[in-house]
Design a protein around this ligand. Structure first.
Ligand code: GLY
Length: 600
């Protein structure tokens, strides 16, 4: 039985660069499935844990934990180190979302929204030619794709508000990696050698100076030193985040973007604010899911899908699939999930419905009314669930309501020894963002403007379409799919910290890891490593990674699902699971080359 939702208003709280206006978001307590007995309480972890997409960034975070920092300090140290060692997505010139969940302090979990904003003068007209036709890639490759960066203000605010150590200590590992250099890993070497990346980065000359020797990309193991970036990071310590907005780096950002034909002005930078928001809250099988509200669509879609699936008999279906496997004489291998075509059909249809709502209703809530109450109402979700039939339904429509990420984002998860959690996703949008580097300061600017629905019906780089809610407006934040999430045991104790890169595949990746862990009882490593699928309403087909059981694929086809098996990988989940009474377990997705490390 689903429990009735309770709603509590949350308000935008002021912080050092917070918005000069207040608006109300609603935290939704979506449905909870059967009540679980939590008399055996999770203990707080004895050792902190960091998981990120680069071992040197993970190491930086752990070092900060070992120096007495908490999860916020370690998350910021890891994110800053990623700017240096993972320039595809780690950034000063992009933005993101972080969720901070303190343990037993009596304080509420907080979301920091440091998403980029559109320059005031930017309009959809900038992306069409004289004939009024959409110009592909203008929002991705050129200066017009650059949104006002949120990362310097966001990372600083997170550390200042929640951290324990001085900022200069937390930024130190990143400065050292930039000044002294680090060995290029095979993943970065491959990315820089790709012809399209090379062309984009060499175009402006600046990134070429930093990453290439002439036009030669560095091989794996070669040491990459970034003195300009080290200088920018040192200025960050000396002058605080304002240096990127009203200071000399901000000036360089505005001047260089304008010199290339962009419309980002000094006033766009000085008016940038980090928003401090209430976490979006829902329940799944007795667990409390804490995640991010709009302007990311990730949290809403995650809660919608989990809520919808909560009402399907997933446990019965799992047990029946396991029994069938035994009867057939092919018992499931250890660690495998007992999946069935019927259960996968529910997963896919729930995603389809959530992504239909995403396209129609979600955008920056400071500019459009986002009908969170309707989208997360258990009653409405039940109605949507009932609408799911036995066959695929590509014709679903967005919910009628009363109120009328290449994949190179990156995610990091931290849990400290006091049980505080920080889940942070940050991005330049596509790999290496706009490819446009701020002269003299060695960091790349984002191409987040492509996340707007630039023209109605024209898909963005992730194939996502949208409408009015996510149309470009000056000062507005483009809709995101970032889904940094923390799950608590129903009380104060953190059970899971997770998130992923991957554009819209962030949402499906996070959903599937939660489902595999909580419904199919896979180990965290198996849940993260298992093949994924993705459905985003438009285009109507469902993509599957390689590695799915062909019989399950056939079962989906039998239900009229259009299936495309794709070579590319979906997401890169960085997750921590806190075992009962033990140390936390961390898993960095085997799809990429990150690492999980506990305090020593
Ligand atoms: N830029 C990818 C996202 O925010 O979803």
């Amino acid at each position: 039985m689903n429990r009735l939702a309770s709603f509590s208003p949350g308000v935008c709280r002021p912080n050092s660069r917070s918005a000069p206006f207040a608006f109300v978001l609603f935290a939704c307590t979506a449905c909870a499935a059967p009540t679980f007995d939590f008399s055996e309480r999770w203990e707080t972890p004895r050792r902190g844990m960091v998981v990120s997409e680069h071992p040197l960034a993970t190491e930086a975070g752990v070092l900060i934990l070992e120096q007495g920092g908490n999860a916020a300090d370690a998350a910021v140290a890891t994110a800053l180190a990623l700017c240096v060692v993972y320039p595809q997505a780690g950034n000063l010139g992009g933005g993101g979302f972080a969720i901070w969940v303190p343990h037993d302090t009596g304080e509420e979990p907080t979301v920091l929204d440091f998403r980029e904003t559109a320059p005031a003068e930017l309009t959809a007209e900038h992306f069409v030619d004289e004939k009024g036709e959409f110009v592909p890639r203008r929002s991705l490759d050129g200066p017009l794709g650059v949104g006002v960066p949120g990362s310097p203000a966001g990372l600083f605010a997170l550390q200042e508000e929640q951290g324990r150590l001085p900022f200069r200590k937390v930024i130190q590992p990143a400065i050292r990696l930039a000044r002294e250099g680090f060995p290029v890993d095979p993943f970065l070497a491959r990315a820089l050698a790709q012809s399209r990346t090379r062309r984009r980065l060499l175009q402006g000359g600046m990134a070429g100076e930093v990453f290439y020797r002439g036009d030669k990309s560095p091989g794996a193991g070669e040491v990459l030193v970034q003195p300009q970036l080290a200088h920018a990071l040192e200025l960050f310590v000396e002058r605080g985040p304002d240096v990127f907005y009203s200071g000399i780096i901000g000036q360089a950002i505005a001047e260089s973007v304008q010199a290339e034909g962009g419309v980002l002005r000094a006033e766009d930078l000085t008016s940038y604010r980090v928003n401090s928001l209430s976490a979006l809250v829902g329940w799944f099988r007795g667990l409390e899911i804490l995640t991010v509200p709009p302007p990311s669509s990730g949290g809403v879609a995650l809660l919608q899908v989990l809520s919808m699936l909560d009402g399907f008999p997933l446990d019965e279906e799992r047990e029946a699939a396991a029994a069938r496997a035994v009867e057939s004489g092919n018992p499931l291998p250890p660690g495998a999930a007992a999946l069935s075509g019927r259960a996968l059909h529910w997963w896919v249809e729930a995603m389809r419905l959530a992504f239909a709502d995403r396209a129609e209703h979600l955008g920056d809530p400071r500019f459009v009314e986002v009908p969170l109450y309707d989208l997360l109402s258990p009653e409405r979700i039940s109605r949507r669930r009932v609408s799911v039939g036995e066959l695929a339904n590509p014709g679903v429509l967005p919910m009628q309501v009363r109120a009328r990420e290449s994949n190179d984002t990156t995610h990091l998860s931290v849990l400290d020894s006091d049980g505080n959690a920080c889940s942070l996703t940050t991005t330049l949008n596509t790999s290496f963002g706009s490819g446009f580097m701020v002269p003299g300061y060695g960091f790349l600017l984002n191409n987040e403007i492509d996340d707007f629905a630039i023209l109605s019906g024209i898909p963005n780089t992730y194939g996502l379409i949208g409408g009015r809610a996510n149309a470009i407006e000056g000062g507005k934040r483009p809709l995101s799919s970032m889904t940094p999430t923390v799950i608590r045991d129903g009380g104060q104790v953190v059970r899971m910290v997770l998130g992923s890169p991957g554009g819209p595949r962030i949402i499906s990746s996070v959903i599937q890891v939660i489902l595999r862990k909580e419904v199919y009882q896979q180990s965290l490593a198996d849940a993260v490593g298992a093949p994924r699928l993705h459905q985003q309403w438009n285009p109507p087909y469902t993509s599957l990674e390689e590695g799915w059981d062909p019989q399950l694929i056939q079962r989906l086809r039998d239900r009229h699902h259009e299936i495309r098996v794709v070579e590319s990988k979906m997401g890169s989940v960085q997750a921590i699971f806190c075992e009962v009474g033990g140390d936390p377990v961390g898993v960095s997705d085997p799809r990429r080359s990150g690492s999980a490390l506990a305090e020593r």
